[in-house]
Structures are given as structure tokens and as C-alpha cells.
Design a protein around this ligand. Structure first.
Ligand code: UDX
Length: 437
């Protein structure tokens, strides 16, 4: 079993640390924020992620939380799990990575610095150089990108589709790969640049699928096809596969928006205009705004209309509000003069623009509302189209931004219903909406 040091007690660092401890490794997690370390020492987990609290609790004796960088000095592996947020230019901000390199204590033996954070291609070369300049030429370097999806992160770590390890030295790559020996998954060994690109390319491909199916959905709306059937039929083609074909109001979160900008910027810094990725990003922006048009089709002007935003986190089973479509939607609705009420079972809606009223139940959100918008497909919303909800609303309109509900059932229960990429007219050309104003 190995000694694993982790820089950064954020979401990636804690999931990684908790999972390595579960695999039997000794883990030291170091952060610079005293409140975070104090909270972790007392057993509190600063975010909502399934299974992480249990893993941290179960592996307490193998986990140390510290502010002191020297405690990391004994570790054989030094994982960098810090934020790499976008700068104004779209480039990834690597300042926290450089702070870690600057702060590395005296290190003896042959520890290996391992990059988990998502970084532009070429970062490993620069860090290698930075280590050499700091007199740490004896320290190894490897890239081992994370592919963890929020809400499912522990499973993604323990049962990954693959583990990617890029290294300058064969032995360093082998040592990092050995950390995952208990995990049954293909290990992809690559050079450092390629390992970095695998992460960016995988995310870009996933986003491309989402924007692609969203555009198909928009054409479905214009032509009377149903994107849910279309996605099923397309996804059964083994060359395409069924994943990431759910049409909706666009992707958000801490990874996709930032990683797409970082890859676009990386390409453009290298003199290449990544046309397809630019379109993927633009489609995603427009997709969030299409909900406004749907509301206006039924309600006319939105001035003074009460709109309930149901689900605020960027996806269910997380409290993460980063780049959540709810933020853009709330801003657009307020700009149209609507009164906006927001509900989410776990996310903190206070990051929404000022003027949004945050309520603590679905019922409170829809009371006297002119429309309810499903922004995040929380399980609690599956039964939204019920008679009590219809009766509580001034106008029973549901805009289902995630195709969570059965359109026929919603309409049978007296709702005007709009999904994404689903027919709004019958085959005879008659509107299937319950009515317009
Ligand atoms: C993603 C990647 O999955 C993960 O591998 C990477 O390391 C970080 O980014 P995450 O952002 O947690 O993880 O969530 P994910 O489940 O991938 O969803 C991302 C976004 O795409 C969400 O906003 C989701 O609502 C949206 N999405 C996903 C769709 O709109 N349609 C789909 O079919 C799938």
C-alpha cells in the first residue's frame, strides 16, 4: 500500500482521497483553508456527494487532513487536485497548480507528482521544467486525469471505464497505475501530452453529443418528431451508443463549460480555430434561452408573470450551482419582468441573481404561478403533473426542460405541456397544448 498526498480538499481531492483510502492507501489531504481542514477533521463534508461521507468515516485511520505542507513530504505520490478555473480569455488559470509546485517541501527519494486536475495540453512539460528549476529533478511526474461525474463520483472512481496514465518515465507510469491495482479497468498508458488531451477530448465529445441531440430536438420541434424516440433509435446503433443523448436545456457544471473554453482557447493559442467546438458552445448557450420563447408562446409578455424554477443545481443529486442553466434562465426571466421563484432540494439558490425568491417546497414554488419550469430532473419532480399542482397554479403550464414527465399524462391532467424536442401538435396538425393566452 502506498502513501498518497493530495493537494486540494475540494470535490476532486476529497473523492480521490476517500477512494484511495478505501483501496487501502495511506492518504494525507492538504488544503490552505483552515476552516475546510477543521470541518473535515470534525467529520463534516463540505458538499453533497453520495457515499463520500461514509467512505471518509470508514477510512478515518488511513486519512489525515492538514494545513501543513511538510506532512506531505513523506508521501510517495503527490496528487494535484486544485481548481483550474477559466480566466477572462477562456484559458485555464493554472495559478493554483504553480502555487503547489512552489510550495513543495524538500523531498527525498523519488516521489511522483501526479496531475489529477484538468489542464491544457503542454502543462506537464511546463511543470516538469518547473520541478527541474526548483531543484526537484529527482521527483517524477505523471498525468492521471479524473473522469468523475458529480453525483456518481465514487462509483466512477471505483468502477471506471478506464484509468489514463501519462508519464515521462515508464517506471513512474507503472507506479501510478499500480495504485489502481485493485480496480478492474483497462489502464491506458500514454505520453503526458496525450493523457492531457484524452481528458479534454472526452469531455468535448460528450458536449458535442449533447449539443447535437439538442439541435436534433429543435428540428424535431419544428417538424413534429419526438427526440426521445429519435435518441432511442439512434442510440441502439452500436457505433453510436445510448449515452449523452438526452435533449434538454443544455449542459452546465464545473467541468464542461470551463473545459470546452479551455480546449477552444488551447487550439486557438496554437493557431487552430476549432470550429465544431465553437458551435457546440454556442448551441448550448442558445439552448438555455429557448425556454423563454416557450413561455412567451403561452403567456405572451412575461412582465409580472410568476414563474417557478424547479431544480436549480446544474444536474440532480448534487448541490453544485456552477454554470447551472438556472442562473441564465433566472436572469433572462427577471430581465423580461417576470417574478421568479426557485426551489431545489439541496442546492443553495442564493447564488441566483438578486430578486429571485427561494422557497423550500415544490408546492410553495408553484402556488399562484403562471408556469413551472423543470430545470433539473430531480426525482421529486417526476410527479409534478398532478391535479393538486394544476389547481394551485394560475395557469397550468409546465415547460419540462429535461423531458422528465410523460407528455400525455401531463396533458391528460390538464396541463399545457412543453418538453424539449417533443411534438406540440397532433398528427392532424391540431395543437396538443391545453390552451394559450
Ligand atoms: C462531467 C463528465 O461526465 C466527467 O467525466 C468529467 O470529469 C467532469 O464533467 P459532470 O459535470 O459531473 O461530469 O456531469 P455529467 O453527468 O457528465 O453532466 C454534465 C452536464 O451535461 C449536466 O448539465 C447534464 O445535465 C448535461 N447532460 C448530460 C445533458 O444535457 N444530456 C445528457 O444526455 C447528459
Amino acid at each position: 500500500m502506498a502513501q498518497v498526498g493530495i493537494f486540494g480538499a475540494g470535490w476532486v481531492g476529497l473523492v480521490t482521497g476517500a477512494c484511495f483510502a478505501e483501496l487501502g492507501h495511506e492518504v494525507v489531504i492538504r488544503d490552505v483553508v483552515p476552516a475546510k481542514i477543521d470541518a473535515l477533521k470534525s467529520g463534516a463534508v463540505p458538499f453533497h456527494e453520495a457515499d463520500v461521507p461514509e467512505l471518509l468515516e470508514r477510512n478515518r485511520e488511513r486519512l489525515t487532513f492538514t494545513l501543513d505542507v511538510n506532512e506531505i513530504a513523506k508521501c510517495e505520490f503527490l496528487f494535484i487536485c486544485v481548481d483550474t478555473p477559466p480566466t477572462h480569455s477562456g484559458d485555464a488559470d493554472l495559478s493554483r497548480v504553480w502555487t503547489v509546485i512552489d510550495e513543495l517541501p524538500e523531498l527525498s527519494g523519488h516521489p511522483i507528482v501526479v496531475m489529477k486536475s484538468t489542464v491544457p495540453v503542454g502543462t506537464g512539460d511546463k511543470v516538469r521544467h518547473g520541478l527541474d528549476v526548483r531543484g526537484l529533478g529527482h521527483v517524477g511526474y505523471a498525468s492521471n486525469p479524473e473522469f468523475l461525474a458529480e453525483g456518481n463520483a465514487v462509483r466512477d472512481f471505483m468502477e471506471p471505464d478506464r484509468v489514463v496514465v501519462g508519464a515521462f518515465e515508464e517506471a513512474d507510469g507503472a507506479a501510478v497505475a499500480a495504485l489502481y491495482a485493485k480496480i478492474d479497468a483497462p489502464i491506458v498508458r500514454a505520453d503526458v501530452n496525450s493523457a492531457e488531451m484524452i481528458k479534454l477530448a472526452a469531455n468535448a465529445f460528450l458536449m458535442t453529443r449533447i449539443s447535437f441531440i439538442n439541435e436534433i430536438a429543435n428540428v424535431c420541434e419544428a417538424t413534429g418528431a419526438d427526440v426521445v424516440s429519435v435518441a432511442e433509435g439512434v442510440g441502439l446503433d452500436r457505433r453510436l451508443g445510448p449515452h449523452f443523448l438526452r435533449a434538454g436545456i443544455g449542459y452546465g457544471g464545473s467541468c464542461f463549460p470551463k473545459d470546452s473554453l479551455a480546449l477552444k482557447q488551447l487550439a486557438s493559442n496554437s493557431g487552430y480555430h476549432f470550429q465544431l467546438l465553437s458551435a457546440v458552445i454556442e448551441v448550448n448557450e442558445l439552448q438555455k434561452r429557448r425556454v423563454i420563447g416557450k413561455l412567451q408562446r403561452h403567456l405572451g409578455s412575461l412582465r409580472g408573470k410568476k414563474i417557478a424554477l424547479l431544480g436549480l443545481a446544474f444536474k440532480p443529486d448534487t448541490d453544485d450551482m456552477r454554470e447551472a442553466p438556472s442562473i441564465v434562465l433566472a436572469s433572462r426571466l427577471l430581465a423580461e419582468g417576470a417574478e421568479v421563484r426557485g426551489w431545489d432540494p439541496v442546492a443553495d439558490g442564493s447564488v441566483l441573481p438578486r430578486g429571485v425568491e427561494i422557497v423550500d417546497s415544490i408546492e410553495a414554488a408553484v402556488a399562484d404561478a403562471d408556469a413551472a419550469v423543470i430545470v433539473t430532473e430531480w426525482a421529486q419532480l417526476k410527479t409534478l403533473a398532478r391535479p393538486e399542482i394544476r389547481d394551485a397554479m394560475v395557469f397550468p403550464l409546465i415547460v419540462d426542460g429535461r423531458n422528465l414527465l410523460d407528455p400525455d399524462e401531463a396533458r391528460a391532467n390538464g396541463f399545457a405541456y412543453e418538453g424539449i424536442g417533443r411534438p406540440t401538435v397532433t398528427t392532424d396538425g391540431e395543437p396538443v397544448l391545453a390552451g394559450t393566452r
